[in-house]
Design a protein around this ligand. Structure first.
Ligand code: PLP
Length: 391
């Protein structure tokens, strides 16, 4: 009898973690690897936020907190999201997982527009649900069309996952995009919306919009998820939050109360500072990301076989690599898939990116541009050289 549960058979390892771990292995062996596979800002957490964490430690705020998070943080979240009934988790990731685990019965369906963040389908499957992947074409800006949503909904559909700005495509749903989806959702009263807004503060050529604000009548069936990881450069502090229907939030807290209890008390005080203090750093970060996006998009124009649209938000580009599929490396190996291409980039040119297959869309690669301009320039030069080496 295996020690490992049957339940885990439906879970794949995250391709992001796989590529990043492989890059770390190569680095340990002395290779100068540039890692663009992780969705993590290279900035340090702003010092005022760190100081708030240090103050919390010194003041002895190091005990268990309420399962849903400290009151002051929940109040700040309420103001930031303009919604009641907030809960705090160990990153947005845990909030999404808690919501799915709290709501899905075996076989319940979750509509996931693809390309999507690597974890959604696996989290849904782990919670016993069925991911229903709906491919969104590049022609449509990688965004879900209302007709496609309508067709994907069945009597078993419980959730629509929306992520804007999107990881990996950087697509941003406009107010009118959301209104069109809301019109479909009004016809299907049992479908809920999980709006993962973790990249809210990182939009460049588009305005951020979110379902609960655009369609207040759908508020009671929308869970809004957000956090401090990306915009405040706080990935390691592990603070994410959500707000939504009270019954759902209570059920999510029940799960959290029996698993992690809550995220670190110290991190919660730091997040409180992030949400309620001055947030000038976000404007600075966003400006830097915009420059890096433009740098990467311009450089990749020289990469033979890649075609990169300009993303509106987040910190990823998601170029098509259709033009390199079917080509051969100098050693004579055929590049058959985007995974082959990503492996070639890593093994032969020491650049770690993530293949589109991890995001349920091929043939693409995802490049995170949350690294220094120097590293991005060097990495793009290597990608250009890799593309040129194929014939
Ligand atoms: N949602 C999306 C779309 C993400 O890209 C990520 C992180 O990569 C998360 C959620 C998780 O964020 P956190 O670090 O707050 O758990």
């Amino acid at each position: 009898m295996s020690l490992i549960s049957e339940r885990l058979k439906v879970v794949r390892p995250s391709q992001i973690k796989v590529m990043t771990a492989r890059a770390a292995e190569l680095r340990d062996r002395g290779t100068d690897v540039i890692t663009l596979s992780q969705g993590e800002p290279d900035f340090d957490t702003p010092s005022v936020i760190c100081e708030a964490g240090i103050r919390a430690i010194r003041a002895g705020q190091t005990k268990y907190t309420a399962v849903a998070g400290i009151k002051q943080l929940r109040a700040a979240i309420g103001e930031s999201l303009r919604r009641d009934h907030g809960t705090v988790g160990c990153g947005a990731k845990q909030v999404v997982f808690n919501a799915l685990f709290a709501s899905l019965n075996p076989g319940d369906e979750v509509v996931i527009p693809t390309p999507c963040w690597v974890s959604y389908p696996d989290m849904v499957a782990l919670a016993g649900g069925k991911p229903v992947l709906v491919a969104c074409s590049e022609r449509d800006g990688f965004k879900l069309r209302p007709e496609a949503l309508d067709q994907a909904i069945t009597p078993r559909t419980k959730w629509l996952m929306l992520n804007s700005p999107c990881n990996p495509t950087g697509a941003v749903y406009s107010r009118s995009d959301l209104l069109a989806l809301a019109a479909v959702l009004r016809k299907h009263a049992k479908v809920h919306v999980l709006s993962d807004d973790i990249y809210e503060k990182l939009t460049y050529d588009a305005d951020f919009a979110t379902m609960a604000a655009v369609a207040p009548d759908l508020c009671e069936r929308t869970l809004t998820v957000n956090g401090v990881s990306k915009a405040d450069a706080m990935t390691g502090w592990r603070v994410g939050y959500g707000a939504g229907p009270l019954a759902l939030i209570k059920a999510m807290n029940l799960i959290q109360g029996q698993t992690s209890s809550h995220t670190s008390s110290v991190s919660q005080y730091a997040a409180l500072e992030a949400l309620s203090g001055r947030r000038d750093h976000i404007t600075e970060f966003a400006r830097a990301f915009l420059e890096r996006r433009d740098l990467v998009v311009a450089k990749l124009k020289q990469a033979k076989g890649l075609a990169c649209r300009v993303p509106d938000g987040a910190f990823y580009v998601f170029p098509s690599c259709a033009g390199v599929i079917g080509k051969r490396t100098p050693e004579g190996n055929m590049i058959e898939t985007d995974s082959d291409f990503a492996m070639y980039l890593l093994d032969a040119f020491a650049v770690a990116v993530v293949p589109g297959s991890g995001f349920m869309a091929s043939p693409y690669i995802r490049i995170s541009y949350a690294s220094s301009p120097q590293d991005l320039t060097r990495a793009c030069d290597r990608i250009i050289a890799a593309c040129a080496s194929l014939s």
